[in-house]
Design a protein around this ligand. Sequence first.
Ligand SMILES: [Fe+2]
Ligand SMILES: [Fe+2]
Length: 165
Amino acid sequence: MDLQRQISRKLNEEHIAILALLERFEQALGRLRGEPPAQDDPVWRMLLPQLENALRHEVTRHFALEEDHLFPRLHERGEGDLADLLLEDHKVIREVARPLLDLIGDARDGRLDAPGWRTLKAYGLELAERLGSHAQKEQGALVPLVDEILDEDTDSALAMEYASG
Ligand SMILES: [Fe+2]
Ligand SMILES: [Fe+2]
């Protein structure tokens, strides 16, 4: 994607990163056969903290950037239906991410039993499906619009604010 603005490039990067991570998560979940992985399983040892960080960032800062600064601009530009649709996705994704993050934390600490892992798998597959299709939808519709809507000064100010956290 040929993008001019820092914010649209940042969204693009973060969407690509989360899509790749969700794909690895789905593959690892698919390999679980109703049994928890070994405590020292190298794939899960790497994946669990990565998921925890990325999901937490996604449902807080990434979503907040879109909700607070980008969706209102879509409304102003007559793209309110798209903004409402994406906001509705965020609500559903947060509902799944919240219990999933607790389960991921327990799994990382070795405190998750076999039924807990089965729940993690169910929530994980649901999150991968919902967040994956959401990120793809935004790649197709939101990112190009944001690139077009933001002027250079607004873009710089938002990028600086986003980077400073
Ligand atoms: Fe979003
Ligand atoms: Fe997004």
